[in-house]
Design a protein around this ligand. Structure first.
Ligand code: ARG
Length: 411
């Protein structure tokens, strides 16, 4: 008997995959696996109900802790891609690993997803799965299925597909972000209606200031209350979301090269990323901050690609871990006008001296204001030399142009 494990959500794509894996790929048995990375309860209900109606053996794996930890690693790397904090992207390797484990436990020889051939997720899933010996199957892509075809097929086969719970948008939700795409949103000039948002309220004009505590770059407490990663993220999604924090509307350059219009909600991510960067601003030196931008950018790119297990990422994390040893302290964040703005920061590792920076003190230690005079004289020295050389050359040309030969006589 041959068996295939399918990444199963209970949506149209993965539902039609169940009979297709038997009919088109010849498997005797399909098992469905749903991985919990913080989707809303209704999604599990939908998956459970659909699986039951299909007679599909269905497993749910809880990967919330692991995923939340990865989200916090991404905070240490200030990770965003074109303004998007990578919720879907970071979840994919976690989901792929969990499904692979279930597949191996149940002696599957195949593993399948319902992604189309246009998005990033097919690449992220398969990057993990193609390291195994299982046959990797992507029915929607390989059979060239369209939504219309799937709907007709589902009707013909009497498959349990409801109108879809999420309305007309294609939605992907986990702890770190909620992404909304498709339908009218495919027109880049179409203004998203309020209804696409579920995590964020329109800002009301009210404000609130909270304090987030970090230990070595990891957020550990909010307003003095210690929280595990999952609770901390959920708490901030609720709180910051109620102030309208964390909406993104962007044209995203996907891995295949396509541009896609994406909308996201990510209140906790925006809050934590802003707070973390504010604390780094206090404790890291200028050159560390500058260099870390390159490191963070690379980390983010690998995160977007679903390749966080690449050797490069371990190397980048070596650098990140070294810098984060001092990213311990607190940040005050104010929710105001849909923003989560740092309005205070404190750390025992501050690379900051109020006495040195202040306008009110003249001499601190051995440094006086006058000491800057020499620096000021040298500042921009090379550009002064270079610019005056250019100017001299231009003058020479001008003189030659209007003075004629007479000028060229000196020597
Ligand atoms: N563009 C994002 C990414 O590749 C999110 C895609 C999420 N999918 C969705 N159905 N909205 O990470």
């Amino acid at each position: 008997m041959t068996r295939v494990a399918l990444a199963f959500s209970g949506g149209l794509d993965t539902t039609v995959c169940v009979p297709l894996l038997e009919e088109e790929y010849g498997y005797d048995d399909v098992i469905g696996v749903t991985v919990d990375v913080g989707q809303p309860a209704e999604e599990f209900d939908e998956a459970e109900e659909t699986a039951e109606a299909l007679g599909l053996e269905h497993y749910v794996v809880d990967a919330r802790d692991e995923f939340a930890q990865l989200c916090l690693e991404s905070v240490r790397a200030n990770a965003t891609y074109q303004g998007y904090p990578l919720g879907t992207a970071l979840a994919r390797p976690v989901i792929a690993e969990a499904i692979l484990e279930v597949a191996e436990e149940h002696d599957c020889t195949g593993i399948a997803h319902g992604c189309t051939g246009k998005g990033n997720d097919q690449l992220r899933f398969e990057a993990i799965w193609r390291d195994s010996d299982l046959e990797v199957i992507a029915p929607v892509r390989e059979l060239g299925l369209t939504r219309e075809w799937e709907q007709e097929y589902a009707a013909e086969k009497n498959l349990p597909v409801e109108g879809g719970s999420g309305g007309d948008w294609s939605i992907d939700t986990n702890l770190w972000s909620r992404s909304i795409e498709g339908d009218e949103l495919e027109d880049p000039n179409y203004v998203p209606p309020k209804e696409i948002y579920e995590w964020t309220q329109d800002p009301t004009g009210e404000t609130e200031t909270i304090e987030i505590e970090f230990e070595e770059g990891y957020p550990v407490a909010v307003d003095g209350e210690e929280m595990d990663p999952v609770s901390l993220i959920e708490h901030l999604n609720d709180l910051a979301g109620s102030y309208g924090v964390g909406r993104t509307d962007s044209m995203e350059d996907r891995m295949l090269g396509l541009k896609v219009r994406e909308n996201y909600e990510h209140p906790a991510a925006t809050t934590l990323l802003n707070a973390h960067e504010a604390l780094e601003g206090l404790v890291l030196t200028q050159e560390e901050r500058e260099f870390k931008q390159l490191i963070d950018g690379k980390w983010s790119k690998k995160g977007y690609e679903g390749l966080i297990d690449a050797p490069l990422v371990s190397a980048l994390e070596g650098f990140i871990a070294e810098t984060q040893k001092r990213v311990t302290g607190t940040v005050k964040i104010r929710f105001e006008g849909g923003q989560a703005r740092a309005v205070g920061r404190d750390s025992e590792f501050a690379a900051y001296s109020a006495a040195h920076a202040s306008f009110d003190t003249e001499t601190v230690g051995k440094i006086t204001q006058e000491d800057a005079t020499g620096v000021a004289k040298y500042h921009g020295f090379q550009r002064r030399l270079a610019n005056s050389a250019v100017k001299a050359a231009e003058e020479k040309l001008e003189v030659a142009a209007d003075g004629g030969e007479s000028d060229e006589t000196d020597e």
